[in-house]
Design a protein around this ligand. Sequence first.
Ligand code: SF4
Length: 429
Amino acid sequence: MQVDHAVCAFCGCDCDDIRVTVEDDRITQVRNACVLGKAWFMNHSQPSDLPVARIAGSPVSLDEGVEEAARCLAGSRYPLVYGLSSTSCEAQRTAVALAEVLGGCIDCCTSVCHGPSGMALQGVGEPTCTLGEVKNRADLIIYWGSNPGESHPRHMVRYAVMPKGMFIPRGRKDRTVVLVDVRRTASAAAVDMFLQIKPGKDFEALWVLQAIVRGQKLDKTSVEETGLTLEQVNWLADKMMHCKFGVLFAGQGLTQTRGKHFNTSAAFLLVRALHQHTKFAIIPMRGHGNVTGVDNVLGWQTGYPFGVNFSLGYPRFNPGEFTVVDLCCRNEVDAAIVVAADPVATLPARAARHLAAIPTIAVDTHESKTTKIAHVAFTTCTVGIHVEGTVYRMDNIPILLRKILSSPYPSDQEVISRLLTRVKELKAC
Ligand code: SF4
């Protein structure tokens, strides 16, 4: 059997032109995907031998796992719901309901990647567009603090650099591509100009560009603090002001270095200033397949994109207080449910140690460091391979994932729904 238009939900590109060949309920061939996408499909197509649920490492039935996990969550005073960047919007929506019933915190992987972009969005607004507009209109592409060649291998080929579009008939030949970063990465080979700035000087470089775009004269010495020369910033500002449609793709080099949301706010304000001259947009380079989805789901359900607290019965937002690293490093939460994420492998050791010390419930498709330390671990099937679901591409376009294979495991949404029902019963609400 051949499945056309399957969606790869590994990275924020969410490529929906994948062709998958299935034989005997196994994926045997994947076409159009990059090396990361192929590995994602092939890894998830192998039957798992993990039990559907485990308590303290011992296999139990799904019902027993749900009962124990619900009891831990309902009995906690300050629980945390975390992760959600690699699951469906349907599961994310149910997780928000669970966090609300528990009166705890809900945070997602955004708080350790593009949280500063979400804060800049709420602070100064986000002048953005879709990847379809990029393909059809953009004649200037700037990657800033991002290495798409390795992190999003089809981004350049499918959306931003190579494709021919309605107003870009010659594709790559009609585009100028610039990379701004603190070091020369693999992506530098694919661009027209690589500009190397000094580490920690993104804010200054973006502000310098905005000053030039606003018509101010700058002296050579103050510009050179950024690592760029006056000629280089004048060249880039000139390209930005005189393109027909420019797009700045902001990576984690902007959001996770000194300055964080000040950097992204400076980038958003630069793009806004460019609207005095031309059409310009900015798109954050989102990493996980549905990390944009969880921001949207949290946004429409609570008003905030990450780090939300329900302790007072209504949502409150405070990065640094209600975000996963802070809650765990300060030993504040006394139970946690982690869905489709591996914080023990990715967060600071102190936060990981706290998750290992409290009753942690892990819901994931495969074994990870978090499932290994979890008091209760559920094995679930993969959205986009074993079950349908919705994800949001990095440009906030919702995409429906298809079911390709069957699976004996429940979906993330099914497990969270069952936990929600049981927690409501235990809390008598
Ligand atoms: S670029 Fe991303 S979404 Fe597209 S095939 Fe590669 S890993 Fe999958």
